[in-house]
Design a protein around this ligand. Structure first.
Ligand code: SF4
Ligand code: SF4
Length: 72
């Protein structure tokens, strides 16, 4: 699942099937852009600023950059 971010440059790939719903990413997101409900997780596109804090916070690396979305 790819999520378009506010500025339209960087996309974040989130793999909900592999998520264990620990909430670490939610805790570091400065924009409250990650919605976690029991067994579902999503990034709210209009809130995300591509800061990448969630990518580095995920202990099992199921949030990743989609390099195809990065402008050279
Ligand atoms: S990239 Fe930043 S703003 Fe976007 S969901 Fe992750 S922590 Fe939140
Ligand atoms: S930090 Fe990773 S494993 Fe934890 S809820 Fe977020 S995406 Fe899922």
């Amino acid at each position: 699942m790819y999520r378009m971010a506010k500025k339209g440059k960087l996309l974040i790939e989130i793999l909900p099937d592999k998520c264990d719903f620990c909430g670490c990413c939610v805790g570091v997101c400065p924009e409250d852009a990650i919605e976690l409900k029991e067994a579902s997780i999503r990034i709210i596109d209009s809130f995300c600023t591509n800061c990448s804090k969630c990518v580095w916070a995920c202990p099992i690396e199921v949030i990743k950059f989609n390099k195809e979305g990065v402008e050279a």
